[in-house]
Write a protein that binds this ligand. Structure first.
Ligand SMILES: Nc1ncnc2c1ncn2[C@@H]1O[C@H](COP(=O)(O)OP(=O)(O)O)[C@@H](O)[C@H]1O
Ligand SMILES: *[C@@H]1O[C@H](CO)[C@@H](O)[C@H](O)[C@H]1NC(C)=O
Ligand SMILES: *[C@@H]1O[C@H](CO)[C@@H](O)[C@H](O)[C@H]1NC(C)=O
Ligand SMILES: *[C@@H]1O[C@H](CO)[C@@H](O)[C@H](O)[C@H]1NC(C)=O
Ligand SMILES: *[C@@H]1O[C@H](CO)[C@@H](O)[C@H](O)[C@H]1NC(C)=O
Ligand SMILES: *[C@@H]1O[C@H](CO)[C@@H](O)[C@H](O)[C@H]1NC(C)=O
Ligand SMILES: *[C@@H]1O[C@H](CO)[C@@H](O)[C@H](O)[C@H]1NC(C)=O
Ligand SMILES: *[C@@H]1O[C@H](CO)[C@@H](O)[C@H](O)[C@H]1NC(C)=O
Ligand SMILES: [Mg+2]
Length: 669
């Protein structure tokens, strides 16, 4: 024997030991590039997953690290320390049926020939179970209780030394901050396991944890047991499974002798296949809640929209109104007609509210919608009744009232639209265009005939109550049309008769009207008188901005008239082009109608005839009685204005403690 051969022989165990030790530590983050020794039903999946068993029955599956590992210096010295870490999953085919378990095994051979499935876990057979000569050390993750081997339950971890009867077993679980938590091995969930043996202290530790957890500091099993006499110097390490309609997967594995098993990169581990009925695709599991949330949101928006719409277009209709339904407009139609009561559609605003231009959605009729806010519902019934009856008033010199609509705190009156607007726009504040005398005279006659119709020609007496230039509208042919008849009445109805409001426009209110609170045809005539002077002179009846002698129009005209210069009152905008006789007639008629004593004022029928020239107007002096006293007569009534000069509002309300029974329609005819 050559010395070299002898040396080799002597050093053989060392050489083997060194070569074996070279193979550890090893780390498999998935088994894609691994050269494991597989047998039985064990296989490697495309993605690197180690499938020890795939729902097969009564068979075994083994996967061993192919290279031998040295666990001792020599056959009769103590075993080295070792440590292994692996990630596994046990997936049952049927939720409640657990198959047999999975083991980590140290075996003297690569593979376990002659081993049996099922209760033998692919480790032993009847003849070698419990026989020390099998040299097998294993850790079982058992999911079935085998009474023959004194299993504690169907979900336990045990340390098996040469025998299936565990030296130590505990229900599967882990300690988290000293608290024990159960783990169900065959839950299909991926878990971690650490198996460590310390050769010096001979402590055998087994630790489990769920996948995402850190390694618990307290092991599940801790057994003092010297495995040195059991194991050989050279051993193989691997896994064994004895499936029963269960799949056993190893996702990753690391191992070291005399060192801690290296950690695994959990993100690199292969995925385990899905089990049971195919789960809904991700798009559905995510999509469905998203879709339902979106749908819910949509429904909420729709409901909110319709609720808002309903609230927005809400109207007030009471039982008594049902008779007037034909005269009612829906708020929605008016809303659409006026484009949502847009500022752009605003025609003007007066003492009672705002007026909007609109085009009715279906009929395409042009309308003027007057929005009147009212607080009390008192008198509303009578008022609506009157409005509806006034809807029947038809005269070429009246603005047709088409209908109404009522909402909470709001009344909407719908009139025919007058394209040329109100007369005041042609008279005051440097008008853009003005009217010739002929046009004005035609307007005056039109208004007079309108009032005559209200006072005397309709089936009932209608008192207008608010005759003034801004309530005289001009239609397409510049024909005068009186609007707003009776509207002042809405405000006349005080809730308390003791505090009846007198409503009208400053400068047009007859003195006895403010005094008694009672509107009469005669108070309308008074307002008409003021209107006449306004049209001829192009000045407001009361203009606080003017010098004091011109502030009250009627006073000023009287003073001119008494000085024999009545034509000096004519609107300079006419440019001197007017029929003197007509102007004088109108001015004098204006003064006569503006007389503070109602009995002196003419009736509308006479007024119409004076204007037509079919009846001679009485001389002012004779009509007013004593010539010298006239001024006094006229001025008597104007004290009322004087105290109101501070008011800049065109429509003023006078409050008094008056008990009156005002009615727009004063009895039948
Ligand atoms: N039917 C209508 N057609 C056209 N414009 C109108 C109509 N009714 C009212 N207006 C306009 O709306 C303005 C405001 O009217 P209103 O509220 O009655 O106030 P006032 O009569 O006190 O000026 C009027 O000055 C007029 O220019
Ligand atoms: C895999 O291991 C076997 C022995 O178990 C060996 O024969 C084979 O050559 C190895 N293959 C590779 C690629 O390492
Ligand atoms: C595992 O078994 C199932 C059915 O039992 C089969 O569909 C699947 O292809 C198997 N997987 C592998 C990797 O053999
Ligand atoms: C094995 O032998 C080496 C040196 O040969 C020594 O350092 C080590 O402590 C031994 N290990 C055991 C467990 O006896
Ligand atoms: C094994 O131990 C015995 C004593 O217990 C000793 O006589 C023997 O030489 C040892 N063998 C080896 C190979 O070290
Ligand atoms: C039991 O297993 C051992 C070791 O693998 C083997 O030698 C023996 O033949 C087996 N016995 C039976 C009955 O299969
Ligand atoms: C843990 O398992 C045991 C036995 O299976 C059971 O008695 C206990 O209630 C379980 N604890 C929890 C928290 O599930
Ligand atoms: C095993 O667990 C015990 C605590 O029970 C610990 O003191 C010991 O260091 C552990 N051994 C190993 C090898 O981790
Ligand atoms: Mg008006």
């Amino acid at each position: 024997m050559s010395p070299i051969k002898l040396l080799a022989l002597l050093l053989l165990p060392q050489i083997v030991a060194i070569s074996a030790s070279d193979s550890s530590p090893f780390t498999f983050n998935g088994f894609k590039s691994a050269n494991l020794s597989l047998d039985g039903v064990a296989q490697l999946a495309q993605n690197g997953l180690l499938i020890l068993s795939n729902f097969t029955k009564q068979q075994t599956g083994h996967a061993f690290y192919p290279h031998p590992l040295t666990f001792k210096n020599s056959s009769n010295t103590s075993a080295f320390s070792f440590s292994t870490y692996f990630v596994f999953a046990i997936v049952p085919q049927f939720q409640l049926l657990g198959g047999h378990g999975l083991t980590f095994v140290l075996s003297p051979t690569r593979g376990l020939p002659g081993s049996l499935p099922s209760t033998y876990l692919g480790l032993f057979n009847e003849s070698n179970n419990g026989d020390i000569s099998n040299h097998i050390v294993a850790v079982e993750l058992d999911t079935l209780r085998s009474a023959e081997f004194n299993d504690i339950d169907d979900n336990h971890v045990g340390i098996d030394i040469t025998s299936l009867e565990s030296v130590l077993a505990k229900p599967a679980g882990y300690y988290e901050k000293g608290v024990f938590k159960n783990l169900t091995l065959n839950s299909g969930k991926t878990m971690q396991a650490w198996i460590e043996y310390d050769g010096v202290s001979t402590l055998f530790n087994v630790t489990l944890a769920p996948l995402k957890s850190r390694k618990p500091s307290t092991p599940l099993l801790s057994l003092r047991y010297d495995i040195s006499p059991i194991i050989n110097q050279i051993m193989y390490v691997g896994f064994s499974a004895a499936p029963l309609q269960t799949s056993h997967y190893i996702l990753g594995w690391s191992f070291d002798i005399n060192g801690a098993a290296p950690p695994l990169d959990l993100s690199e581990l292969p995925k385990i296949p899905r089990i049971g009925p195919k789960k809904q695709p991700k798009s559905l599991t995510i999509g469905l809640p998203v879709i339902s949330v979106v749908l819910l949101l949509l429904v909420t928006i729709c409901v909110a929209y319709y609720a808002r719409r309903k609230w927005k277009f809400a109207e007030v209709v009471e039982g008594w109104e049902l008779d007037y339904i034909p005269h009612r407009f829906t708020y929605k139609d008016l809303y659409i007609a006026t484009k949502g009561f847009k500022e752009k559609e605003l025609l003007g605003s007066g003492g009672f509210g705002k007026v909007y231009r609109g085009i009715m959605p279906k009929s395409r009729i042009e309308v003027a919608v007057k929005k009147v806010s009212h607080e009390s519902r008192q008198g509303m019934k009578e008022f609506v009744a009157e409005i509806v009856s006034m809807g029947r008033l038809r005269h070429r010199n009246l603005v047709p009232l088409l209908g109404y609509c009522r909402r909470k705190g709001e009344l909407l009156l719908v009139y025919e639209y007058m394209p040329n607007g109100s007369l005041d726009k042609y008279l005051h504040d440097q008008p853009k265009s003005t009217l010739t005398w002929a046009q004005r005279f035609k307007v005056i006659k039109g208004v007079a005939s309108g009032i005559l119709y209200l006072h005397e020609e309709w089936e009932q007496v209608v008192i207008h109550r608010d005759i003034k230039a801004s309530n005289v509208l001009l239609d397409g042919e510049l024909k005068a049309r009186l609007g707003d008849f009776g509207l002042a009445r809405l405000y006349d109805h005080g809730s308390d008769p003791q505090t009846t409001h007198v409503v009208g426009t400053l400068g047009y209110l007859a003195p006895e009207h403010t005094r008694t609170g009672k509107a009469t045809t005669s108070s309308d005539v008074y307002a008409f008188g003021a209107f006449l002077l306004e049209v001829v002179c192009g000045r407001r009846p009361v203009d606080p901005k003017s010098s004091s002698e011109k502030a009250v129009l009627v006073e000023w005209v009287i003073s001119l008239w008494s000085g024999g210069e009545i034509l000096g009152a004519v609107d300079p905008n006419l440019g001197g082009e007017f029929a003197e006789g007509e102007v004088e007639l109108v001015l004098k008629l204006g003064l006569l109608c503006s007389h503070s004593r109602p009995e002196i004022r003419p009736g509308m029928r006479e007024i119409v005839r004076y204007l037509e020239g079919t009846l001679a107007m009485p001389e002012l002096s004779s009509a007013a009685g004593v010539s010298g006293g006239e001024l006094g007569y006229y001025c008597e009534g104007f004290d009322d204005y004087r105290f109101s000069y501070t008011s800049t509002a065109q429509t003023a309300m006078f409050s008094g403690s008056l008990s009156v029974s005002n009615s727009l329609i004063s009895g039948g005819r």
